[in-house]
Design a protein around this ligand. Structure first.
Ligand code: CA
Length: 219
């Protein structure tokens, strides 16, 4: 999953960035509202963490701009504990949820998972596909109840595909979910992860749609 972190406080930003990367999210970090707008218009994200007090362009303005462009990316706004009016304004401007600053890291991660789950049209925290069980919170995967260990990037590919069975994702779309700006993308990486997943989870799980990309078939 590819996330955009919009946070102007360098110290807080670094902590959150490390935390999110440790959770295997691909994260881009920008520090003002103008850069946030540019990032949002050039890249597709699965979720945005948006601080509201930002230089150059206010977070609320960024959010209103997104919704005016019909950009439906889930947005988690971050506000100070006592800034009730800001939270209300954020939610009314199209935010999906909010977090309080200073961040409670476990809560931040849980809210991110909840929004990603809802964005994929699911309510249940754990999901099943045929004989495979997947738990995004613990990143546990099991086949017929037997745990399977996946690498961080295999997990990211699996999560992207299995969240929307029947939807074909191109290699470029999968790469977007795997890498942030700072990462170097090796040319056959996606194929390597798909190969690993097929070996671990069964050869018929991920289908190759010739010339288009990959998908997990609809059940
Ligand atoms: Ca700020």
């Amino acid at each position: 999953m590819r996330l955009l972190l919009v946070e102007d406080d360098t110290m807080i930003g670094e902590v959150v960035l490390d935390l999110l990367r440790a959770e295997h999210y691909a994260v881009d970090w920008v520090k003002d509202g103008t850069m946030a707008e540019t990032a949002l218009q050039t890249q597709t994200y699965d979720l945005v963490i948006l601080d509201l007090g930002l230089p150059k362009k206010d977070g609320l303005e960024v959010l209103r701009g997104m919704r005016a462009r019909k950009d439906r990316t889930p947005v988690l706004v971050a506000t100070a504990r006592d800034a009730v009016q800001q939270r209300v304004a954020g939610l009314d401007a199209g935010a999906d949820d909010y977090v309080l600053k200073p961040y409670e890291m476990d809560e931040l991660l849980a809210r991110i998972r909840a929004l990603l789950r809802r964005a994929a049209g699911r309510a249940e925290p754990q999901f099943e596909y045929k004989n495979i069980t997947i738990n995004p919170a613990t990143r546990e995967v099991a086949v017929e109840g037997t745990p399977v260990t996946l690498s961080a990037r295999e997990w990211a590919v699996l999560e992207a595909l299995i969240a929307r069975p029947g939807v074909v994702l191109s290699r470029a779309q999968l790469e977007e979910k795997l890498y942030s700006w700072r990462d170097e993308v090796s040319s056959n990486a996606v194929e390597v992860y798909i190969h690993g997943l097929r070996k671990k989870l069964g050869s018929d799980l991920i289908q190759n749609v010739r010339g288009v990309g990959y998908m997990v078939p609809k059940l």
